[in-house]
Design a protein around this ligand. Sequence first.
Ligand SMILES: [Zn+2]
Length: 150
Amino acid sequence: MGFEWLPTKNYKRHYICLKCQKGFKRASKEDMKNPVNDDFSNLINEYYETASKTDIVKYINARHQKIKVSCPQCKNAMLQVHYDFEVPSQRDTKSWKHLRETLQTTIDYETYMQWHRIKLQETPPNTPEYKLLKLNLEKLINHVTSKKNS
Ligand SMILES: [Zn+2]
């Protein structure tokens, strides 16, 4: 009996530049320099500890702006994609046009909404904390639905 040990942290993050129509991989080692910024639960905890008077959507956006990875060619912000995302060929203008229309944000709001849903279940109702969590969850939902409709 033996286990095959999977090397840890050997994955690469995948990005695409919509302008250059290219995909890029970035070693996680580089990301390790910025581990705090990458961790969404840190982000949300920091929000509630230090910035809960700020609009949550604006806060998340601002924090994600900071961790944006810029394209090595054109210096524009790239979009992070799933590791098995298939990058279209550079000449495949049609697919890239479609991506430009559909992939507008790399922010996974669903993760933040889910965090709030769990937190709400743990928080006693009729407390200021509960009200704030509920309000922020509604803000996130509104933000996502307004994006889909526009
Ligand atoms: Zn580029």
